[in-house]
Design a protein around this ligand. Sequence first.
Ligand code: PLP
Length: 381
Amino acid sequence: MTYELLQQLEINRAAFAHNVKTFRSLLKPGCRMMAVVKSNAYGHGLLPVAELAGAAGVDALGVNSLEEGVRLREAGCRLPCIILGYTLRQDLGEAVRLELEPVLYNPESLEQLQREAVRYHRRAVFHLKLETGVHRQGVMEKDMDGFLDLLQRMDRTDLQSVSMHFANIEDTTDHSFARHQLDNFLRLHGRVTARLGRRPALQAACTAAALLFPETHFDMIRTGIGIYGLWPSKETYLSALLLQQHPPVLKPVLSWKTRVAQLKEVPAGEFVGYGCTFRATHALRLAVLPVGYYDGYDRRLSGTGYVLAGGVRAPVLGRVCMNMIMVDVTHVPAVRLEDEVVLLGSQNGDRVSAEDLAGLCHTINYEMVSRLGAHIPRRVV
Ligand SMILES: *Cc1c(COP(=O)(O)O)cnc(C)c1O
């Protein structure tokens, strides 16, 4: 039996390929490109995006957790895969077995990785995160020599790259802190090279750094938001405009669509939704849509969001419910029962962007897309 879906996310293959190509064109020969597919590929769907990334020729995938890496391997994905978040020591064996490359910063983890490499008769590749100013993950400078001395005694582990992450590159057009971090990183990398007697690869750039600072590209860039066709922030776009007249064009990959579940006339004076927060000042035609905050339609869009119905904007009336919203279609008589409605994406030349919705929710496009429910079917178009 087949049935139609109440909602779906469409992943645009051509837009994704365009974005990957755009980043590639910024890179020097030999610089590799990681597609960051953590958090269900920023809500776009881990497995479909991993497949598109492979087809688009990325060199590696970046996940947050072992669990995401396992899902990739179980789906047959053979690309190099780096676990950017934390891996429990008890799970490092599974990482070695599946050739998932952890990012390490605790000496305890390195010792465990060595034991697992011995157990699996393998060499275990890993990446070393250095603390350069974000104070998230990373080895502190004062602990670095100790970590490296330990590493010299671990004969089954391969340090493939040292990495850093920028703290303040998306949120400002003042990049002095980013430069300060970069200086730290280069200095620390110099010390690693001197102590080990060889030069590990360097990895630093997220999307904003990749777009704005070619000197951060080094051996591999780690691009997340940009490959989904979204700019990290207004400030990043502005910085790109200041640096070059024609910043790269990124194409949004995702559209979110649903269908009209009911149409009704609401007389003047009647209320709409929980809490009676909206009251009709005049007779309305209202459409009920089968999506809500459970699906990732943020409750902060209550009374502020809008969708595209019949090719024009239809405002959300009253509160967003768990599985429903109500929108005003008084001005679009053409809208019929079960017509397609666009929650994110374009219709008839107008567009609802992740940035528009993020602005209404006082958050960033990253959160808007990454919180789209994992249960919503993703379809590559
Ligand atoms: C998420 C993440 C990225 C990707 O950042 P974007 O701004 O989405 O490009 C890169 N590196 C690390 C360590 C991350 O956690």
